[in-house]
Ligand binder design. Structure first.
Ligand code: ATP
Ligand code: MG
Length: 758
């Protein structure tokens, strides 16, 4: 076949080009952040297709997140000038495993319509097993058992394969409960997340003919973010790559951030042994970030030992230094960042106007997100949360999905338990226990148990009629799901209506109810993108990110883990405080392993930024309802002074929000410590002490002139940190009634608002 032109190769540097053109045989691309590994990987796919080496369905391309998979598809499509829909095997380890497992489910003891449990269900199940054993769950929490089992699954250990050296796990009962758990999952026709890989590996190992079929099928295998593969994933890949050995892995040891989930950087080092003759490509030019950002990231990661080590350079223009700022607490940090985002959106002296899509807030822990969500909702700043199952974790969404699950799969007892008395069907504990007992006696599903009990008249009173309506409904809905091409949107609506679930919220008088009904509508809307309910539920179980389909630019909020592989012109890194980042757990650990992983996370965070990177920390933070005073992160001390500007905390030195006062001279600051020793900071603390709390204020009216608070009169314009601008319409003692422009009417404590001049 005559070679087709390959203009896409011209966009690559020589090293990248070498990696792309070495199409056959094993290739390992090992390089730092932003050096174009993913770009080379995508171009390689295009090149495979363009040279006729493989058809789209013969390429297995594995990435870490669904977002990354989607982006890869887009990039391929762009380079090819046509849709990449034919690439059926491009996705995450989990999504590809599900596809394989559905075809061979019976070989691992499941039916092809198995459900995938989330962590919540997983825990519920484990709790039941623990309760049935004589273990005290208070001393041996279910979460701990879940952790043990996950770590075994990550190592591809079935209960039979757990080595004797693990015998003491979970008070010596780990292996036994693991076996029970797996049995229970099978009887529920369900898997957990870890099973998806474990079952696939087991399938391949036990059925060489099936493995051979896939080996033949996948002529070329490509893996992004290889540094984060765990043993199970590694085995999975190695099994599949054995026939053709056309495997290309790209990664960066400095970005290995899933050690806690069993990822092994050692997989990178083992690559050359497993695939002798592998071509190893190193890339050194960073195309993403300015020299300041790159220098700061490199300095931080230099604190780690045992790195493979690499040089990175960039020819981008200098740009702005990183910015460092301290805040009073998390609310204030969110408020400052919200203001910054808005001002960057308009454009500043240093930077042209930026679309919200260009900005991201990367947090260490998902509990940090709430402050940002609240703040952005208040000021009407469009945002999306990526990586957090925000929407799908809501109660009403989970209830609705449990209805769908049970309709599809009548053996889903967990779903049954979730919805049987939601809405209330007059079934008390006793009735539910009877159902349980009836089911257990004959090895029935709970749904079948309920039916049996009804048939025998074992349930009386009001509950009986309602239970019958429920089981009859489930029968009808299940039958509907069996019809080919059934209208799943109508079915979903019917389920929610007929079950009384929608009505439950319509009759609910709590302020949240309307929002919940909205969410249910959103849920039905989301179904439109799927062929049937099962496809949708699968998607939900698998998503690691959630994006609403609403149009328009949005600022992104996500965890550092979810940000891997992504890039943004503007990045905010809040919460750089010891105990939060690095996490308490990593600091408590003996040895430096945990801390080094946190440091790699810091490296990942900084290297997401193209132009502007802002790091912040707070003096106080409320973690799970408890106020804590915080110390700046030790990583802040590792930032190279020459590449960092310190901004004046708002409210200090008369500096205001957005208008950062000129930074004190660099030598005046010793990383963040200066913020704490500054007169302004001390003044802030003294004031707090004078108010007699010694603790941060409940609501935050920054550092305001306290003398002014009692002097409000009706009609005054005020500003409240949480609710924004509003007009005073009532005064009762120390409380004000305020009609807020965006947040509606609220009663607030007078000292928490400030006079506003607009
Ligand atoms: P990470 O380690 O963070 O995943 P990466 O090595 O995968 O980074 P990419 O995301 O592929 O890096 O590339 C970083 C940026 O550099 C992208 O915007 C990409 O388009 C750009 N880039 C990569 N290679 C080149 C090149 N040869 N010429 C111009 N731009 C490039
Ligand atoms: Mg990448």
């Amino acid at each position: 076949m005559a070679a087709r032109p390959a203009p896409y190769l011209d966009d690559l540097n020589p090293a990248q080009r070498a990696a792309v053109e070495a199409l056959d045989g094993p290739v390992l691309m090992l390089a730092g952040a932003g050096t174009g590994k993913t770009k080379a990987l995508t171009t390689r796919i295009v090149h495979l297709l363009n040279t006729g080496r493989a058809n789209p369905h013969e390429i297995l391309a594995v990435t870490f997140t669904n977002k990354a998979a989607r982006e890869m598809k887009l990039r391929v499509a762009r380079l090819m000038g046509q849709s990449a829909d034919g690439m059926k095997w491009m996705g995450t380890f989990h999504s590809i495993s599900v596809k394989i497992l559905r075809r061979h489910a019976e070989l691992v003891g499941l039916k092809s319509n198995f459900t995938i449990l989330d962590t919540d269900d997983q825990l519920r199940l484990l709790k039941q097993l623990i309760a049935a054993s004589d273990i005290d769950e208070k001393r041996w929490p279910a979460r701990m058992l879940a952790g043990v089992i996950d770590s075994w699954k990550n190592r591809a250990w079935t209960p039979q394969k757990v080595p004797a050296s693990e015998a003491s796990a979970y008070n010596g009962r780990g292996t036994e409960l693991y076996q029970q758990y797996q049995d229970r999952l099978r009887s529920l026709n369900a898997t957990d997340f870890g099973d998806l890989l474990l079952h696939t590996v087991t399938l391949f190992q036990a059925h060489p003919d099936i493995l051979a079929q896939y080996q033949r099928w996948f002529k070329y295998i490509l893996v992004d973010e290889y540094q984060d593969t765990n043993v199970a994933q590694y085995l999975w890949l190695r099994l599949l790559a054995q026939a053709h050995k056309n495997i290309c892995c790209v990664g960066d040891d400095d970005q290995s951030i899933y050690g806690w989930r069993g990822a092994e950087v050692g997989n990178i080092l083992r690559f050359e042994t497993d695939f002798p003759g592998a071509e190893v490509v190193r890339l050194e030019q960073n195309y993403r970030s300015t020299p300041h950002i790159l220098a700061a990231a490199s300095a931080v990661i230099a604190g780690n030992s045992g790195r493979l080590g690499k040089t990175l350079w960039t020819d981008r223009e200098e740009g702005e230094k990183l910015r460092l700022i301290g805040h009073w607490d998390g609310e204030e940090e969110a408020r400052w960042i919200g203001d910054e985002v808005e001002s960057l959106q308009r454009g500043t002296r240093a930077m042209d106007a930026q679309s919200l899509d260009n900005m991201a807030i990367l947090v260490r822990a998902s509990h940090q997100m709430r402050a940002f969500e609240d703040r952005f909702l208040t000021i009407g700043l469009p945002y999306r949360v990526i990586g957090g199952p925000r929407f799908y974790e809501r109660m009403e969404i989970r209830d609705a999905m449990a209805y769908f699950r049970l309709a599809i799969s009548p053996e889903d007892d967990l779903a049954f338990e979730r919805v049987i008395n939601t809405p209330k069907r007059g079934l008390g504990d006793k009735a539910r226990q009877n159902i349980q007992r009836r089911a257990r006696a004959e090895g029935l599903t709970l749904l079948a148990g309920a039916r049996a009990l009804l048939a025998e008249g074992g349930i009386s009173g009001k509950g009986a009629g309602q239970l019958r309506a429920f089981t009859d409904g489930m029968g009808r809905w299940h039958d509907a799901t069996l019809a080919p091409n059934y209208n799943h949107i109508e079915l979903a609506e019917a389920i929610l209506e007929e079950s009384g679930y929608t009505a439950m919220w319509q009759n609910d008088k709590t302020p949240e109810a309307p929002g919940r009904l909205e969410n249910l509508k959103e849920l039905v809307k989301a179904l439109d993108n799927f062929e049937n309910l099962q496809g949708f539920l699968e998607h939900v179980s698998l998503i690691m990110e959630n994006e609403t389909d609403e149009q328009g630019a949005k600022v992104s909020i996500m965890t550092l883990h979810a940000a891997k592989g992504l890039e943004f012109p503007v990045v905010f890194l809040p919460g750089w405080e010891d105990g939060l980042f690095p996490s308490q757990r990593s600091m408590d650990e003996s040895g430096a392993k945990g801390l080094e992983e946190e440091r790699r996370l810091a490296y990942v965070g900084i290297t997401r930024a193209e132009v502007l990177c802002t790091i912040s920390f707070t003096a106080n933070r409320r973690v799970y309802g408890q106020w804590q005073s915080q110390l700046p992160s030790r990583f802040i001390d590792e930032l190279p002074a020459d590449h960092v500007d310190i901004l004046t905390p708002p409210g200090l030195y008369g500096g205001g929000y957005g208008a950062a006062a000129p930074a004190p001279k660099l030598e005046e600051r010793v990383a963040s410590a200066d913020v704490y020793n500054s007169p302004g900071w001390r003044r802030m603390q003294e004031r707090s002490a004078q108010r007699g709390t010694g603790q941060p204020r409940e609501a935050k009216g920054t550092v305001i002139d306290l003398a002014a608070v009692s002097s409000f009169t009706q009609g005054d314009r005020v500003f409240h940190q949480k609710f924004g601008y509003g007009t005073v319409d009532a005064i009762e003692g120390d409380k004000l009634g305020v009609a807020f422009d965006k947040a509606g009417s609220k009663k607030v404590i007078a000292s928490f608002v400030v006079a506003a001049d607009q």
